[in-house]
Design a binder for this molecule. Structure first.
Ligand code: SF4
Length: 113
């Protein structure tokens, strides 16, 4: 069974990441998270380019493949990437202007639109 296009397992993974990162989130982060979740409720699809963006995260050195999470500590946003991408979120490295080999959606190819 899928909920908003995602397997139920993705929601338990997301909750695990949220528990880990919850202490790092500011009030502004929580506000954005709620707004994005409300936007996501109206979207039944994962969005154009979802698979390509997830593939690029899987190739990134910061990506935690088991938890599907971006980075750890001060390096990476700590986001659960399937939901961040589905809700229109960008790559943390792109947002921060990080230009390191092996990091980010633009690594090893043309910039992702
Ligand atoms: S830095 Fe970008 S590519 Fe790497 S895990 Fe985070 S969002 Fe994905």
């Amino acid at each position: 069974m899928r909920i908003l296009g995602f397997k139920r397992k993705r929601y338990s993974q997301w909750l695990m990441v949220l528990r880990e990162e919850g202490g790092r989130l500011t009030l502004g982060d929580w506000t954005r998270l709620v707004i994005l979740a409300l936007i996501g409720l109206t979207n039944k699809e994962k969005g154009v380019g979802f698979s390509g963006k997830m593939l690029r995260c899987h190739r990134c050195l910061l990506f935690d493949r088991e938890k599907k999470k971006c980075g750890e500590g001060d390096v990476g946003c700590g986001c659960y990437m399937p939901f961040k991408i589905a809700l229109g979120g960008d790559c943390w490295a792109n947002e921060q202007g990080v230009e390191e080999d092996g990091v980010g959606w633009n690594f090893g190819g043309t910039p992702l639109q």
